[in-house]
Design a protein around this ligand. Structure first.
Ligand SMILES: [Mg+2]
Length: 199
């Protein structure tokens, strides 16, 4: 496993990783009539049309409203500046839609750090925990997946990273639950991540 400081490209989750966590997925499940504990995207994908189409539109609208209220995670701009200064390329892989990801990036004033081909949402690749988005981004970043770090705040991020062969970093908020079997490095903030990256 490539140590974190030796990774040559970074793939970030967006919501709750580069932004302050604000999604309440249980409330979203309730609003969409999805059973608690079910994976939202996967549950919707199994619904018949036109219900599936209607509920996906409802989900997009709920998440767009949340995206527009995004707050930057402490230290996010400093981290992106340092990555850029050190020629470490970076990208975003989210289970949200790319459109909503861009709404979040504008809200936290980080949009100019990213190009369209390096923000991958649920419609551009099979969503995490599937590793498809990581494989796609690694090639666009010009690196092998084993030289990439996958950084996120939830199990899907760490599972996708592990399945792809990345170094996985858990951004652990407070006493949030942990997944040690799929986590190589745990940090409590983006500032701590900068330290781990020797930036
Ligand atoms: Mg997240």
């Amino acid at each position: 496993m490539t140590p974190l400081w030796a990774c040559r490209a970074i793939i970030f989750d967006l919501d709750g990783t580069l932004t302050v966590p604000q999604h309440n997925f249980d409330e979203i499940r309730d609003a969409l009539g999805i059973p608690q504990g079910a994976l939202i995207l996967e549950h919707l994908a199994a619904l018949p049309q036109p219900e599936q189409r209607d509920k996906r539109a409802e989900l997009d609208a709920i998440e767009l409203a949340i995206a527009k209220e995004s707050q930057p995670a402490p230290g996010v701009i400093e981290l992106l500046d340092q990555l850029r200064a050190n020629n470490l390329p970076f990208a975003i892989l989210t289970r949200n839609s790319a459109r909503n990801a861009w709404a979040s990036l504008y809200a936290i004033n980080a949009h100019e750090y990213f190009s369209a081909d390096l923000v991958i949402g649920r419609d551009e690749a099979t969503p995490k925990p599937d590793p498809a988005g990581i494989n796609l981004l690694a090639s666009r970043l010009g690196q092998t997946v084993t030289n990439c770090a996958m950084i996120g705040d939830f199990r899907h991020d760490l599972e996708a990273g592990t399945r792809a062969g990345c170094h996985t970093v858990h951004i652990r908020h407070g006493d949030a639950r942990v997944w040690p079997e799929i986590t190589q490095t745990t940090v409590s903030s983006l500032e701590a991540l900068r330290t781990e990256l020797n930036l």
